[in-house]
Design a protein around this ligand. Structure first.
Ligand SMILES: [Zn+2]
Length: 488
């Protein structure tokens, strides 16, 4: 964590004109000793937003918020304190004193990526070689405005396009930024992205954190990304957020998708508030970034197995984040890009309108395979559901989910509570997902299930039709089941 000296922050406020700064966002008119305008933070019909130039403060009589230049930028741009200070300093060209080495050594990585981005974009936009990429994009339905907005580029079939093109940077730094590969065995350094369509991955401060590259011909994986580095961390970057944040702030909704092309195509069709994870699910590291811009996160992953898996992980990661998480069902075989391209933004919007709460969706997902699977699998699913419910801090929320699981799994609440308790007790003894522990949990779960079954004969009556004694792993449980159902 870098820090900025206090005296720099104090001086910053005196060196800038708050009226000039805020005028970059809203129109301000002089009214007596103050300036007035329409508040950007609430739906303001008459100008209730005032700025006091001399004191360097702003205040809104409509939504009772106010502060100084830094707090305005924090709110407007969704930044934390240090980022907002840097943001303002950057606008006015004031150098920020560097404390800590990491910050300044990271800066060169952003500079390299920025320079590479310009080269890639230029290559795509001009010349014969770039024409092939432009043709590909046109065929996929992307128009020039979208290509420009996302600063899409391309790399030629060359091992040293970037290596030679950015000769003013140190090779080591370029390797660190990920645009070059250092092959120590062969003792050679060469371009990472060769003959690929290049999608710059811009972070929420507008910096180029890395690139995604789609192969156009030759061997190699279809998609590659910049490697993980100090500035490129898949677990907290969201592709497209820099373009989405304004629209996101207006609606409070951020739609999270799987791929670059999903986001780009949705953007093109008029759905501006979407972003994509970087080949993963949402993680807990995304929460602070998401919270700056959104109140609701809508997961719109592909309808295939990988998409469902990513949705499960994402919902689990967002528990107790303070964000409302919804799951939009896109249907098997569909993806947002093709839907947006073929049917337009309205189709996606209607899917989003029918989105359901992430918690509800996940519980029903866990219970879904129950009806035609052996009890061992059911118990695993129940344990998954119980583990998920356990993650919730709020007791009313847990109760609500237990009730839902009761309905979905057709088991009494007491059985679920018992499994939840067992999982909690075992926590710390073994890591999550530990198979050995899962097995012992299955034994416990079987026992609990049978005990509950005795207490709830009505539910058991329905359930026993679906089970037989071979569904139980533990011999004594097989016997118990036999006794209870009166077989033989
Ligand atoms: Zn206001």
């Amino acid at each position: 964590m870098t820090s900025i000296p206090d005296n720099f922050i104090e001086n910053l406020s005196s060196r800038i004109d708050i009226v000039d700064l805020i005028s970059r966002y809203i129109t301000l008119k002089k009214a007596g000793t103050r300036y007035k305008g329409k508040c950007p933070f609430h739906d303001d019909n008459d100008p209730s937003f005032t700025v006091n130039s001399d004191k360097g403060f702003w205040y809104c009589f409509g939504c009772s918020t106010g502060g100084d230049a830094i707090s305005f930028i924090r709110k407007q741009e969704g930044l934390d304190f240090v980022e907002a200070v840097k943001f303002i300093a950057d606008i006015y060209g004031i150098p920020v004193p560097e404390t800590g080495k990491s910050e300044s050594s990271n800066r060169v990585l952003y500079d390299i990526n920025q320079a590479a981005k310009i080269m890639f974009h230029k290559f795509l936009s001009s010349g014969m070689e770039g024409r092939l990429f432009r043709k590909y994009l046109t065929e996929r339905g992307f128009n020039p405005e979208t290509i420009k907005a996302f600063e899409v580029g391309a790399s030629p079939e060359s091992w040293d396009f970037i290596k030679d093109g950015l000769s003013n940077f140190k090779r080591d730094d370029m390797v660190r930024a990920g645009v070059l590969i250092n092959n120590k065995e062969k003792d050679s350094i060469y371009d990472r992205f060769r003959y690929r369509l290049i999608i710059p991955i811009i972070d929420n401060l507008g910096r180029v954190a890395g690139f995604g590259g789609r192969i156009m011909k030759g061997d190699g994986p279809k998609y590659i990304n910049s490697p993980e580095s100090d500035i490129f961390k898949k677990s907290n970057i969201l592709f497209g957020l820099s373009l989405a944040k304004e629209s996101c702030r207006e609606s409070g909704d951020l739609i999270v998708m799987e791929g670059y092309t999903d986001v780009m195509m949705c953007w093109q069709s008029g759905l501006k508030n979407s972003c994509a994870v970087m080949g993963t699910a949402l993680t807990e590291d995304h929460i602070p970034v998401l919270k700056r811009f959104a109140r609701r996160v809508i997961l719109l992953f592909d309808g295939d197995k990988a998409g469902v898996k990513a949705t499960v992980k994402s919902v689990s990661a967002m528990v107790d984040s303070g964000l409302k998480v919804l799951v939009a069902k896109i249907g098997k075989g569909n993806d947002p890009a093709s839907l947006a391209h073929e049917s337009g933004a309205d189709k996606i919007k209607s899917i989003i309108e029918n989105a359901i709460s992430g918690d509800d969706w996940l519980i029903s997902m866990f219970a879904k395979p129950v009806s035609n699977k052996p009890l061992q699998d059911k118990m695993k699913m129940l344990a998954n559901a119980a583990r998920f419910i356990n993650k919730h801090e709020s007791e009313p929320m847990r109760d609500e989910l237990i009730e839902k699981a009761t309905i979905q799994f057709k088991v009494p609440a007491s059985a679920i509570i018992e499994i939840m308790r067992n999982l909690k007790e075992n926590k710390g003894k073994a890591s999550n997902g530990n198979v050995a522990r899962m097995v012992s949990n299955i034994e416990k779960a079987e026992r609990n299930f049978l005990m509950s079954a005795m207490n709830y004969p009505d539910t058991f009556g329905e359930l026993k039709e679906l089970l037989d004694q071979d569904d139980f792993d533990v011999p004594i449980h097989k016997l118990a089941f036999k006794v209870m159902t009166g077989i033989e």
